[in-house]
Structures are given as C-alpha cells and as structure tokens.
Design a protein around this ligand. Structure first.
Ligand SMILES: [Zn+2]
Length: 295
C-alpha cells in the first residue's frame, strides 16, 4: 500500500508540479485505484510484454470484423506461454483472465482476475498482505482470497514460498525445546530378579473402622526399579516401626532386596516417615534388613 501511495504522490507531482497538495492530504479512493492499476500495468508490461503485443495485434486485426468472427479468430499467442490457457484479454490496459463467467452474478474482479507473474516483488507483497490481513492463515485460505481479484501464475507454490518465509508463522509453529534426560542409574538397568532393586513410597491415608473407632491407614507401595512391578503393603501408621513391619512382610513375600530407595520428595507421606527415622533407626533398619537377606 505504501508503494502505491508513493507512486501516487509522484504521479500527482508529475501532473501538476505547482499543485498545493501537501503530503498530508489524504488520498482519494479513485487515486489509490489508479495507482494500483498503474503498478499492475507496469509489472505486466515487464513480464508479459510479448503476450500483450500479440493481444494488441489481435485486437487491431479484428477491429474490421463483426463480433462473431472476432471470437472465432484464433490468437497468434505462443502455445508455450504461461498464460495461453487463461484466454487472456486486455481491459483498460490491464491483462485479465478470460473464461466463461461474464454473465455470473459476481464482482467484475472475480470474473476476470488480473493476471500476475509469479516472480515479482509486487506479487510477493500482495500475497503477504492477504496472508497477514487474514491473520496468518494457511495456503488454501490465502489462495481463495487472492483469487477474488488476482490470478497468479503458479500461485500455489508462490503462496507456499511467502508463508514459509513469514517470521510470525515460523515463530508460532516452532517446536519447543525438550529437556534431555540424564542417563539411567545402574540399578535401573542391571538385570536381576524382580524386586532386587526397590523403591518405596507411601500413599493415603485411608480411613478404616475398627468397631466404633476410625483409624488412618496408609499404603506402602514397593516398586521394582528394573521391571516396574508393584507390591502394596498396609502401613498402620507413619511410625518407623510400622514401616519396618511392612518392609519385613514385603521381603518375606518377594525375596531379598539388594537396594532400597526411599522416595522421599518433600510433602509426601514417605518424607514424614523418613524424617521420623533417627540415625539409629536407620542403622537398625539396615542391620535388620541385612539379617533378612542373609536368612
Ligand atoms: Zn504468517
């Protein structure tokens, strides 16, 4: 649009240099349309000069004839031309698509869109403008908007090119970085019987009734670090004794444990258990566990 406006200024200045129009004078619709037509004519003359010459010659040749024979007369345009199949014609000096829609109830621009070359700065600007005006939509949407007014030779790939170069789209579609996880510890990878390397955590509490009283009970969840198998024992409280009892029952059932990893994230039940274990308790626990293993 800015390009159009600048051109408009120049045209104004060229026409009447003494004009009192300043740069702040708003442009009229007619002036903008004229500027746009001038730009279109300019790039069409750049890229389709041969075709335009042929069409002008055709028109001259058919001027003496009546309309029917003029229609039947074949154009001398090269068949290899990119726009040969578009049945082009010239109106007000602008090259437009022919076709059979003359009687359709749609705007004149849609019936006979302006032909634009693919590789042109103006074409790129027009595509980008449509793309941004529609809120950075995809190819199909941009194409249908463009076809209301323009016929771009090789439009699909031209639009794809513009969208793939759009910074905003690239940024919004970029994939987020992912954290690379550290190597797994050895005890997760060493082949061993199930429940040789074990993690443990608590869940709960659940409320159970004994007679009229209600008690809290916890689940002690043992998981095999290698095979991901799960074993659940009841812990009657968050006391250390209760945990040791659960551990004993677990070992009696599943066999000796080589390494026990206590999952004690802050704010979990297990961390409270771990906090209540004094150093002596921990020593005692490992001593007893070892006794179980050797049994
Ligand atoms: Zn975009």
């Amino acid at each position: 649009m800015r390009v159009k406006a600048i051109l408009q200024e120049r045209r104004l200045k060229g026409k009447n240099p003494d004009s009192s129009l300043s740069e702040d004078t708003p442009l009229e619709v007619k002036e903008i349309e004229d500027a746009e037509a001038a730009i279109l004519r300019f790039i069409q003359n750049q890229k389709f000069s041969d075709e335009i010459q042929v069409l002008l010659q055709d028109r001259k040749a058919s001027e003496g004839l009546d309309q029917d024979s003029a229609v039947r007369k074949k154009t001398k345009m090269r068949r290899t031309s990119h726009i040969y199949r578009l049945d082009p014609f010239i109106a007000d000096g602008i090259l437009r698509v022919g076709g059979r829609l003359s009687n359709a109830d749609i705007s004149e621009d849609s019936k006979h869109p302006v032909i634009l070359p693919r590789k042109s700065h103006v074409t790129t600007l027009i595509i980008r403008h449509a793309h941004e005006q529609l809120g950075h939509v995809g190819r199909g949407h941009v194409l249908s908007r463009l076809r209301e007014k323009y016929w771009i030779v090789g439009a699909t790939s031209a639009v794809r090119q513009v969208i793939s170069a759009c910074v905003t789209c690239r940024r919004s579609k970029a994939s987020t970085l992912e954290q690379k996880m550290a190597d797994l510890p050895q005890d997760r990878l060493t082949p061993a019987p199930p429940f040789t390397y074990v993690g443990v955590d608590y869940f709960g509490p659940y409320f159970v009734k004994e007679g009229r009283k209600e008690y809290k009970r916890y689940g002690a969840l043992f998981t095999c670090l290698v095979s991901r198998a799960v074993h659940i024992e009841i812990a009657h409280s968050l006391e250390t004794d209760s945990f040791l009892n659960a551990l004993r029952r677990f070992i009696a059932r599943r066999g000796p444990v080589r390494e026990l990893r206590i999952v004690s994230d802050p704010e979990t039940k297990m961390s409270r258990v771990a906090n209540r274990c004094t150093l002596e308790d921990a020593k005692e626990e490992s001593r007893m566990t070892r006794a179980f293993i050797s049994d």
